[in-house]
Design a protein. Structure first.
Ligand SMILES: [Zn+2]
Length: 476
């Protein structure tokens, strides 16, 4: 187990909720367990933050301590965050992403919970944490639906809440669809499902001059994420960030599209803060000599022009053989053509046809994940109550953790097959519009069809591009 980040003190966060069913864990117990964990590891507490989330009607504003903790993370004051269970931190996937981004920007690489550790420095840890956040949102939807039925008639009737700002896509009555914005939402959803980044879509919104509905007139990845993740646009009534039933207003996108959007958020391994794409094929090419990743690099030709290339790099940061280079432009042109051509190929259509059971597989993977996570909580509680020894606890935990990681991987591969389905048969349309797409969008489309390609060694004395060097590995 590694030490807390950078020797800085840690933040302890606890939350009280109205939800007494099954998880009504008192805040005193939460803090106590966290403090014991902090003491066990010899850490120092910077601050304890406790939010009272009892009212089902407070939004993010009702959690001032969460906001204060984010501010302390941003200020570099804390080195790790300790909570009882991830669902105490937040049950809103949007907020969770915000939290992860703040942590990543400030070198906070651990979210430590009494039930399990999540290291943000590790892809599996992140993936599991994200999926947990998404699953928790669903879970709380079911629980809250029961509670809310008793306390708010409005919700049951699917009527919108009060509030000053109209939702993007709807008129001031919050029920009538504003068609000009609905078109924008559908475009955003399509492009997001195809793998385009939030950042690139925000740039598009700004370039198109699409007005916002909030106080700020500038689109941000957070405001875009809120639009994409909202159940509202799929005709679902949400309450407290969780879906509670059908809404009284019309949907702008289908439920199926919404599922895909959520799956995309879940499957993105790294946080939304990706650096913009520099070269079309960055991250997709492998060295045929050593299987290492190729990196983009430019060099000056003897004539003084700049030549873009992909190269295998040796040295401690890269670890490749350093003996392979390919000129960027021809390989980009060739692989783009190949990928677009492949989208229109009957072979791919046939391969995807047999996948009718995707929804069932998705449901299975979610069920496995949920049960693995319940098991982890259960084990921690048994250990906490003294029903099992520490040795028994530590022995039992990896089994459930492995199950969770496997289920998370399965969900991820289903999401990528979905992306290809949505592009299928559109090769010639995409080709016509290709030049108008941002590099980020082009990269996302190619990556969906072709997650990687191996570049073989060049033959001596052949200056021209040789397609035989290129071996694409297709997703389908
Ligand atoms: Zn190499």
């Amino acid at each position: 187990m590694s030490d807390a980040g950078l020797g800085r003190p840690v933040a302890v966060y606890a939350r009280i909720t109205a939800d007494k069913t099954g998880e009504g864990l008192g805040v005193a117990r939460q803090v106590e367990d966290c403090m014991r964990l902090v003491a066990d590891r010899g850490w120092v507490v910077f601050e304890t933050y406790v939010d009272n989330d009892v009212s089902a009607f407070t939004g993010a504003k009702g959690r001032p301590e969460f906001a204060r903790m984010l501010a302390d993370i941003e200020a570099g004051r804390v080195g790790a965050v300790v909570v009882y269970h991830q669902d105490r931190l937040t049950r809103r996937p949007g907020e969770f992403e915000q939290f992860v981004e703040a942590c990543q920007r400030n070198g906070v690489d651990q979210l430590v919970t009494v039930t399990s550790d999540i290291s943000f420095g590790n892809d599996n840890g992140m993936l599991v944490a994200r999926i947990t956040a998404a699953v928790a949102a669903n879970e709380s939807a079911r629980k809250r639906a029961r509670i809310l039925r008793k306390i708010e008639q409005n919700v049951a009737a699917g009527k919108p809440n009060g509030g000053a700002t109209r939702p993007f896509g709807y008129e001031n009555d919050k029920v009538t669809v504003r068609e000009s914005e609905a078109v924008v939402i559908r475009t955003l959803v399509d492009r997001f499902i195809q793998g385009e980044s939030l950042r690139s879509l925000v740039a598009w919104l700004q370039a198109e001059g699409v007005p916002t509905v909030g106080k700020s007139d500038v689109w941000r990845t957070t405001s875009l994420r809120n639009v994409l993740m909202s159940g509202r646009i799929a005709g679902l009534r949400e309450h407290h960030g969780a879906v509670v039933g059908d809404a009284a207003w019309d949907a702008i996108i289908t439920r199926e599209q919404r599922e895909r959007v959520l799956a995309m958020f879940v499957s993105r391994k790294r946080a939304g803060r990706r650096t913009p794409q520099r070269y079309l094929l960055t991250g997709l090419l492998r060295c045929g000599k050593c299987q290492g990743k190729l990196y983009s690099a430019a060099r000056k030709t003897p004539q003084g022009a700049v030549e873009r290339r992909y190269v295998c790099q040796s040295g401690p940061d890269h670890g490749g053989c350093g003996k392979l280079t390919i000129s960027a432009v021809p390989v980009e042109t060739w692989l783009t053509e190949a990928a677009l051509y492949r989208l229109d190929s009957p072979d791919v259509a046939a391969a995807l046809e047999g996948r009718g059971e995707t929804d069932a597989r998705h449901a299975d993977a979610v069920a496995v994940l949920e049960s693995a996570q319940r098991r982890l909580t259960e084990l921690a509680e048994m250990f906490g109550a003294g029903d099992i020894t520490k040795a028994e606890y530590l022995a039992a935990r990896p089994v459930a953790e492995t199950k969770a990681v496997e289920a998370a991987r399965a969900l991820e591969s289903l999401a990528s097959a979905d992306t290809v389905s949505s592009l299928l048969g559109n090769g010639s349309v995409l080709r016509d519009r290709w030049e108008g797409y941002s590099l980020d969008r082009q990269h996302a489309i190619i990556r969906a069809i072709m997650p990687s390609a191996t570049i073989g060694p060049g033959s001596r004395g052949r200056g021209n591009f040789d397609p035989e060097r290129v071996q694409p590995h297709w997703a389908v």
